[in-house]
Design a protein. Structure first.
Length: 102
């Protein structure tokens, strides 16, 4: 959604696990390289994306002291206080679910 903030994400390549896709997409979109991520949940509400029916499988990870670098299809990459942002899709729910696991 244009003009909104979104979590990094993308599509799973043929033969790739969802966790491997998560690690790859984070590196491609934010320049952050990690070795592991924890499963949060599956987000499959048919109305979550106004342009298509999409399913997200979300993960969370500790990234340490890094500076994100926008790449791939990301206009920018930065750490922001999510509570004040206009977030795309159901990304607010995904963040809340991730925080509940901490």
């Amino acid at each position: 959604c244009r003009g909104m903030h979104a979590l990094p994400g993308g599509f799973v390549d043929l033969g790739e696990t969802t966790k491997a896709a998560c690690l790859r997409e984070l590196k491609e979109e934010a320049g952050i390289e990690i070795n592991d991520a924890k499963f949060i949940g599956v987000y499959d509400d048919p109305k979550r994306d106004p342009g298509r029916h999409s399913v997200s499988i979300a993960y969370v990870a500790q990234v340490g002291d890094v500076t994100p670098q926008a790449g791939d299809d990301a206009a920018t990459a930065e750490f922001l206080d999510w509570q004040d942002l206009n977030l795309a899709f159901d990304h607010r729910r995904i963040i809340k679910d991730a925080l509940s696991l901490a």
